[in-house]
Design a protein around this ligand. Structure first.
Ligand SMILES: [Zn+2]
Length: 316
């Protein structure tokens, strides 16, 4: 006790030199010797300062969770074989938070999420740096892990009702404080917008989203049915056309057959006429030959008659 008094006394006794900073010049809070300065946004992996910022963020989160009604919140508490960055409980809900200030390996993150679910965690939240990985994880992105005054801001990963009540990525940023408040109260949930990408949205937004999706599915089903009946009609028309074509083909075959028969008949006719012409020529030739013989015969008879006449005249 006396020593403390002495020290205080000694301090009071030290004469202030002009070079010493006056107490009024000193900042109210001494700058943190560790971690990054606000706005540096370091994304280096394995960076010691980043690690410190993340640890500070986790302890800050723990404080927020407990303040918002979490019954138990622990930093780096083992659960089974897993050690999530933060584990909190409220009633029957057991939730985990993983924090990454650098780039996230999606395969590793998916495996870790699955392992956490396997040991009984109901909801897993990934708090990471902005990047393509955010919608592919049940994650939100924080712009600056060394935010001034711990005013951390969620810049992506949140969804809001868009056109047609479908959930779309939100434009405005949220304070992490607000996000935690809503999440602990059970008003926020992670869901998928499509087969790969998802986000965090209020339960009301999800209700609207699922209703809009159900309506879209019903509409698509109706369209599909209409398309199916159109297809059936088209198929029937095609079948009818095929039948017609078949009939026409059959007719064509028949007419081909008829044409062939005709052709054959014509050929036969031509053969006949050829034979006819040959016969005609033969007949003509025979007729001329006959004429020759008749002439020769007449001539011979004339000569015989001449001879007979001559003989009668000579004998008479
Ligand atoms: Zn760093």
């Amino acid at each position: 006790m006396s020593e403390q008094v002495d020290i205080r006394h000694a301090m009071v006794m030290v004469p202030s030199r002009p070079s010493d900073p006056q107490p009024s010049d000193l900042p109210v809070v001494e700058p943190n010797p560790r971690g990054h300065q606000p706005g540096q946004r370091c994304r280096e992996q394995g960076c010691g300062d980043c690690h410190w910022d993340v640890q500070r963020f986790k302890y800050w989160l723990r404080g927020r969770l407990l303040a918002e009604g979490a019954e138990d919140a622990e930093v780096d508490k083992p659960l089974g074989a897993q050690t999530p960055g933060l584990l909190w409980r409220r009633g029957s809900r057991l939730c985990a938070i993983e924090v990454r200030s650098g780039p996230v390996d999606l395969a590793h993150a998916a495996e870790r999420t699955a392992r956490l679910r396997a040991v009984g965690v109901d909801e897993v939240l990934w708090v990471c740096a902005p990047g393509y990985w955010v919608p592919l994880l049940p994650g939100v992105a924080i712009d600056d892990f060394a935010a001034a005054g711990c005013e951390y801001e969620v810049v992506s990963g949140l969804l809001e009702p868009g056109p047609g009540d479908i959930a779309v990525p939100g434009e405005q940023s949220w304070a992490v404080r607000e996000f935690i408040q809503e999440w602990v109260a059970g008003n926020l949930a992670f869901g998928y917008r499509d087969e790969t990408a998802g986000g965090w949205a209020s339960v009301g937004t999800w209700e609207q989203h699922t209703r809009a999706q159900a309506m879209m599915i019903a509409q698509q089903r109706q369209e599909l049915m209409a398309q199916r009946s159109a297809l059936a009609l088209a198929r029937k028309a095609t079948r009818d056309k095929a039948k017609q074509v078949h009939k026409l083909l059959h007719r064509l075959e028949r007419s081909e057959q008829v044409a062939e028969d005709l052709d054959q008949a014509r050929r036969r006719l031509a053969d006949h006429s050829r034979v006819d012409a040959t016969l005609r020529m033969t007949v003509a030739r025979q007729r001329s030959a006959l004429m020759h013989w008749q002439l020769i015969t007449c001539f011979a008879i004339l000569i015989i008659v001449t001879f007979v006449a001559a003989a009668m005249i000579l004998n008479g």
